[in-house]
Ligand binder design. Structure first.
Ligand SMILES: [Zn+2]
Length: 233
C-alpha cells in the first residue's frame, strides 16, 4: 500500500508510521501546523520521518487558529486542564472539527500523489469527549472520500482496537525511540506530567511495563498525580 500517515510527533502516530514501514508499505508522513499550543510536537514529527527515511510534509495552517476559539490547544486565553482525559474538564482540549481538517488535507495529498490510503492513529482509548473520534464520524468521512474525487482513497485506523499500552508494546517491539516523541498539551520543553496527555502517556508505559524514557517535570506515577490533583479540587 501507499500510505499517507498523519503524524503529530506523538507516540501513537509515530508508532503507526513505523508500523506501516514494518509492514512493507510506502509511507509519506504528513504533519499539520494548525497553530497548536503544543507545536513542539511538529519538531519530533519531522525528526521521526527523517529517522524512518520517508518523505515529510508539514502544511502551514497557522491562520486557522483565529477560527479555533475556545480550545485550550488553539486559544491562548484558555488554560490547559490537568488530570485524567476522561474527566469532564478535558472537554476544553477539543479542537473544533480537528479530525475533519486533518483528514481533508491528507486526502488531498493522497489524491495528488496517487496514494491508496490515509492512515491515522485513532485507538481504543480515544475518549468519548472527542466527538470526531466516533466510528460514525470516520465512516462518514470514508463516504465523503469516495465522492470527493474519481480516485478512491481509503481512510484506515489500524490501531482502533488497540489500547495506548498496546501501542507502546508494538512500538517497543519494532524499535521506536519514544524519547523522540512529544505528547504534552502544555507545549513546554519538558513534559509537564500532569495534563491529560501526560497522564495518559505515563499510564500507557506503566500498563505496558515498558521503560518510559520521557523527562517529566512532575515525574510521579500517574496515580499519585491524579490523587494529588483530586485533593486540591
Ligand atoms: Zn503535559
Amino acid at each position: 500500500m501507499k500510505v499517507i500517515v498523519i503524524t503529530s510527533g506523538g507516540m501513537d502516530s509515530t508508532v503507526l508510521a513505523h508500523w506501516h514501514r514494518s509492514q512493507g508499505d510506502t509511507v509519506s508522513a504528513l504533519a499539520i501546523d494548525y497553530g497548536q499550543r503544543h507545536r513542539q510536537e511538529l519538531f519530533f514529527a519531522a525528526k521521526q520521518a527523517e529517522k524512518l527515511g520517508v518523505p515529510f510534509t508539514q502544511v502551514d495552517l497557522r491562520s486557522l487558529k483565529q477560527v479555533l476559539r475556545g480550545s485550550s490547544q488553539t486559544d491562548d486565553s484558555v488554560a490547559v486542564p490537568h488530570g485524567h482525559y476522561a474527566e469532564e474538564n478535558m472537554k476544553v482540549t477539543v479542537v473544533p472539527n480537528r479530525n475533519m481538517i486533518l483528514l481533508s488535507v491528507a486526502l488531498a495529498q493522497a489524491i495528488s500523489l496517487k496514494f491508496d490510503v490515509v492512515s491515522y492513529a485513532a485507538h481504543a482509548g480515544d475518549h468519548a469527549i472527542y466527538p470526531d473520534c466516533r466510528p460514525e464520524f470516520v465512516d462518514a468521512m470514508n463516504g465523503a472520500a469516495k465522492l470527493c474525487d474519481w480516485q478512491h482513497v481509503e481512510i484506515v485506523r489500524p490501531f482502533i482496537h488497540k489500547t495506548k499500552a498496546d501501542i507502546v508494546r508494538i512500538g517497543h517491539a519494532i524499535g521506536v525511540d519514544f524519547a523522540k516523541t512529544y505528547s504534552c498539551y502544555e507545549g513546554t520543553q519538558s513534559h509537564c506530567g500532569r495534563c491529560g496527555t501526560c497522564v495518559e502517556r505515563k499510564e500507557a508505559f506503566e500498563h505496558a511495563e515498558v521503560f518510559d524514557p520521557t523527562f517529566y517535570t512532575d515525574a510521579r506515577p500517574s496515580s499519585e498525580v491524579l490523587a494529588s490533583l483530586a485533593q486540591k479540587s
